[in-house]
Design a protein around this ligand. Structure first.
Ligand SMILES: [Zn+2]
Length: 80
């Protein structure tokens, strides 16, 4: 019983590193939609940190940029 729940979770084998920390990006422009395109799911949701692999600081910056882009109608809120 206990083993079944443990088998569902896959262990993180590859080490994750922040894509923006590697590039040395300090802040993200919401107008640059290509920069954060891969951090949005197919349903235009902001991907969680466990999926993006970003650090806490850059995850917040990215989420803020996506939210601003949504407000400015650069990125849709929902699929059609
Ligand atoms: Zn980072």
């Amino acid at each position: 019983m206990m083993n079944k729940s443990k088998q569902k979770t896959t262990p993180q084998t590859t080490p994750q590193f922040c894509a923006f920390c590697v590039l040395g990006t300090k802040n993200l422009d919401y107008q640059d939609t290509r920069a954060y395109q891969k951090f949005i799911s197919s349903y235009f949701k902001i991907l969680p940190r466990r999926r993006t692999g970003l650090c806490m600081r850059h995850q917040r910056i990215t989420a803020e940029a996506i939210k601003r882009a949504r407000f400015m109608a650069l990125v849709p809120y929902t699929p059609k």
